[in-house]
Design a protein. Structure first.
Lengths: 313, 294
């Protein structure tokens, strides 16, 4: 029973990773770009969610909120604000990453340009948050309390369950969109070859921001669910979650959205089970050891295509 | 020399060494996000070899080179599986390697685990500065040899390089191994400079920063990492003292945010890095001469 509960916990933890892993895999699959701003977007959303509920914007904002919005609906405002901020930040990032990747400089390092810019954004957003709210972990006034349900002696966390259901639903919608709509076909053609897509009349500059909007939205939802679920946020939560999510993405295969779901769940399960069997200190070794092994033995992951990410740096 | 200045210069020396450790693979076209892994191996090996109480109690003159050589050996063995990966997979593989090393060392009780490890022998600036100069000079010499040329050609185009008879695989292995040597050297020197090491010093952000030193400096010439490390060490300090001078807490506290914005702008306006070959040629007047000759 205890083991069964651990497996449930692992799948629940995986639910948070899944969302971030899907965000990673989407940018790398469509644009061949390892987006290191994802941890920052995740963290920004969680921090804004906390700040709206916990008075992080000062008393003026709190008064305004109390005046206009009933207490029970505060979390909706918080979630909306978090979503908005993450999407706007993601669009800003698009200007400085993808657009410049398109510009050819005749040098082999061209694919490193968006990578470096995204690292710059990561540093910038993290320190802007540290400047405003400090580095201490902050506790979130969750409107849902501990929020667990008990089924047959097993505890399920509602936010994690939601996250899992949400990510599967979002990926399902994405899948349908990619396969059956005009925009989806345009996106797939960009994934295959942006230059050819442009020649065949795909408006690349208009469609690419869509990927960034989806990325920002996914990160924001994951960040909000993380804040509700663990009820502690801080400027470094993004790094911790995103590094494990990267492992999940690689495991599932770069660019494969269904793979990211399976990979995220496996990584969450692995983390919880190795904590259960070997203790919390050792947890990095199995997760990253597995990732290293997968990269060396089967770089395309469980379900990936061999062609993605082969671009030279 | 004031204590502040010598402390800053020590940091600068260390940063320059680790920047060259990542530059050498980068100059042959491999992005290595595993600087933290090499630093941990070098730092802990150096500390353990030197420590009287827990380790072998070797003199510092032995422990530092031994640690560097051992790290190079590990890098050599590791290069075969890691170099099978390309592009973004290589970034992820080196990154995973650093995390595995950190995870293992955190659980090694013999070096103190998560509590950190005290190092006995002290290496001050008078040790660091000459070693740093040696590293820089030898990297410049290396890049001007036939091997350096081979590295550059592999960076620019692997297929053409191998057509012209360059053994691409061995060039990449050698560059990775030399990077490991310098990474281990950095770790060991760091341990002996601060006399205390812990895994947290060399986390993901450390590896990211080192890769940024190199990419911002430019991978085309050995001036790149030198300038990159200088930029990364001096600019935040300058911003801090500038903020203190004008009494603006915003600049002092937000210097890393400004710094992040600088990185983004830098990539927008000069993505090849600060130093490029064309720029050097112009500075040395070589470009003009070649044009005149033809």
């Amino acid at each position: 029973m205890l083991l069964l509960q651990q497996i449930v916990n692992g799948l629940m933890l995986g639910g948070v990773y899944v969302m971030v892993a899907v965000a990673f895999t989407l940018t790398i699959g469509m644009l061949n770009f390892l987006n290191f701003t994802i941890p920052a977007l995740f963290m920004l959303a969680a921090m804004f969610f906390w700040a709206t509920l916990g008075g992080g914007f000062g008393s003026g904002f709190t008064n305004l909120l109390n005046h206009w919005v009933p207490q029970s609906m505060h979390w909706v405002v918080a979630a909306g604000l978090a979503l908005l901020v993450a999407i706007l930040a993601s669009l800003l990032i698009e200007r400085f990453t993808y657009r410049y990747m398109k510009t050819r400089f005749g040098d082999a390092t061209e694919h490193a340009i968006p990578l470096v810019s995204s690292l710059g954004f990561l540093i910038m957003f993290e320190h802007l948050v540290i400047m405003t709210w400090g580095t201490d972990p902050l506790s979130v006034n969750s409107p849902f309390g501990t929020a667990t349900i008990k089924v047959g002696g097993l505890l399920f966390g509602v936010p994690q369950l939601l996250s899992l259901v949400f990510s599967i639903a979002i990926v399902w919608v994405l899948h349908i969109m990619l396969m059956h709509t005009k925009t989806g076909r345009a996106l797939r053609s960009i994934a295959e070859n942006p230059d050819t897509a442009l020649m065949l009349g795909v408006d690349v500059q208009r469609i690419v921001p869509l990927v960034y909007v989806v990325t920002g939205g996914l990160c924001a939802i994951a960040g909000i669910l993380f804040a509700i679920n663990y009820r502690t946020v801080g400027p470094y939560i993004g790094d911790q979650v995103a590094t494990v999510a990267i492992a999940g993405m690689v495991l599932g295969g770069l660019g494969n959205i269904w793979g990211a779901i399976v990979g995220g769940l496996i990584v969450g399960l692995l983390e919880v089970l190795s904590t259960y069997w070997f203790g919390a200190d050792i947890v990095k070794v199995p997760v990253w050891g597995l990732l290293l092994l997968v990269l060396i033995v089967r770089p395309s992951g469980l379900f990936g295509h061999a062609t993605i990410g082969k671009g030279k740096f | 020399m004031s204590g502040y200045l010598s402390a800053q210069l020590s940091i600068l020396c260390l940063n320059i060494i680790i920047a060259y450790a990542i530059f050498l693979p980068a100059a042959s076209g491999q992005l290595n996000l595993g600087a933290g892994g090499f630093a941990i191996i070098g730092g802990y090996l150096g500390g353990w070899l030197n420590s009287d109480f827990d380790g072998l109690g070797l003199a510092m003159q032995l422990s530092i080179p031994l640690a560097a050589l051992a790290t190079a050996a590990i890098a050599f063995l590791l290069s075969f599986p890691i170099l099978r990966t390309r592009g973004v997979y290589m970034v992820l593989a080196t990154f995973a390697f650093a995390e595995v090393v950190a995870g293992i060392v955190l659980n090694l009780e013999v070096v103190g685990g998560a509590a950190g490890f005290p190092v006995d022998g002290h290496a001050d600036l008078s040790v660091l500065a000459p070693i740093c100069v040696m590293v820089v000079v030898s990297c410049f010499l290396l890049m001007s040899t036939r091997f350096g040329l081979a590295m550059r050609s592999v960076h620019d185009d692997e297929n053409v390089a191998s057509l012209f008879g360059v053994n691409v695989h061995w060039v990449r292995v050698a560059a990775f191994t030399l990077g490991g040597l310098l990474g281990g050297l950095y770790g060991a020197l760091y341990g002996h400079q601060y006399n205390y090491i812990e895994v947290q010093n060399w986390n993901v952000m450390f590896s990211i920063y080192v890769l940024l030193y190199v990419l911002l400096g430019g991978t085309q010439s050995p001036f790149g990492p030198l300038l990159g490390a200088l930029f990364f060490t001096v600019v935040p300090e300058l911003l801090r003292s500038f903020g203190a001078a004008v009494g603006s807490e915003l600049i002092a506290d937000g210097r890393f945010a400004i710094f992040g914005a600088l990185i983004v702008l830098m990539m927008a306006f000069r993505p090849e890095g600060i130093v490029t070959r064309t720029m050097l040629e112009r500075l040395m007047g070589r470009g003009a001469r070649e044009k005149g000759a033809t």
